[in-house]
Design a protein around this ligand. Structure first.
Ligand code: HEC
Length: 257
């Protein structure tokens, strides 16, 4: 069961990536929830089922290329202010855990420094938090980048990896990323943040605030803040994760408590 769900998620995720829009996400492009055939419901709309309108098929109404619901200002599009587009899906490169770890060690301080230019305190703090993955792993849903997941102390139950868990207000989950170009070369990728806000903050995202920060510290989007429209797709996909809104990393990469 668990395995099926994971597979479904990955395939769903692949929609966003195969889409070629990388982090703008196909799911975001489907507009408001009610009328939206692709809106995330309790059951993952992108689960690979025959009747799934979001399934990655030629006739997929959510496919990004000719998508009528594509966001006008694609934060990850060609005119992206982030320069070397941090949202474009990176090429998937295979490296060992040891190689990925070494690349990350070399880049870590740079990542933090770059993100900190956003002025967000979290950017300079998250690396002191507990990291829940044993080695950087490739994440299709985050542009094929190699990612790490950190959680602050309030969010320590994240390490239970329970889909039904509701993390407390003040929980912050931070995912940094790098683009692996070869076994010996990687470049900085964006920082993905989720912060649990007090009830009433935003029902659409189950009160989670999503933030996307470019490697140069540019604030690409914040739920209910600057560039809100650039991060609605985060919640759209994460809603499929269940009550916790957290998907957790693949089993082999989880730090066991
Ligand atoms: C198409 C689905 C999808 C989209 C879009 C997406 N995510 Fe995720 N996210 C996942 C999955 C699956 C995981 C866990 C596995 C992984 O890391 O690849 C995850 C993990 C995370 C985590 C670690 C917490 C957790 O869920 O375990 C954070 C933080 C995060 N995403 C932030 C973001 C932000 C910010 C955005 C938007 C800029 C975003 N995500 C867009 C699917 C998605």
């Amino acid at each position: 069961m668990e395995r099926n769900i994971n597979k479904a998620r990955l395939l769903g995720a692949a929609v966003a990536i195969a889409a070629g829009v990388g982090m703008t996400g196909a799911l975001a492009q489907c507009g408001p929830r009610r009328a939206n055939p692709c809106a995330p419901r309790a059951v993952n709309p992108c689960a690979p089922k025959a009747a799934n309108p979001c399934a990655p098929k030629a006739a997929n109404p959510c496919a990004p290329r000719a998508n009528p619901c594509a966001p006008a200002a694609n934060p990850c599009g060609a005119a992206n202010p982030c320069g070397a587009n941090p949202c474009a899906p990176a090429k998937a490169v295979k490296v060992t855990n040891a190689q990925a770890t070494k690349l990350y060690q070399g880049l870590k301080a740079n990542l933090s420094r770059g993100y900190a230019r956003s002025g967000l305190a979290v950017a300079g703090q998250y690396q002191t938090w507990r990291r829940y993955n044993v080695a950087p792993y490739p994440s299709e849903t985050h542009g094929n980048r190699f990612v790490n997941n950190y959680a602050n102390d309030i969010a320590r139950d994240y390490g239970k990896y329970e889909q039904d868990l509701v993390l407390p207000v003040g929980s912050i989950l931070a995912k940094d990323s790098m683009m692996v170009q070869s076994a010996g070369k990687a470049a900085a990728g964006p920082l993905f943040l989720m912060e649990k806000m007090p009830t009433g903050f935003n029902a659409e995202s189950a009160d989670w605030k999503y933030t996307l920060i470019g490697p140069d510290g540019s604030v690409i989007g914040v739920t209910k803040g600057r560039g809100n429209e650039n991060v609605t797709f985060c919640a759209a996909c994460h809603q499929a994760a269940g009550k916790s809104q957290a998907f957790f990393m693949p089993e082999p990469f989880r730090v066991k408590r």
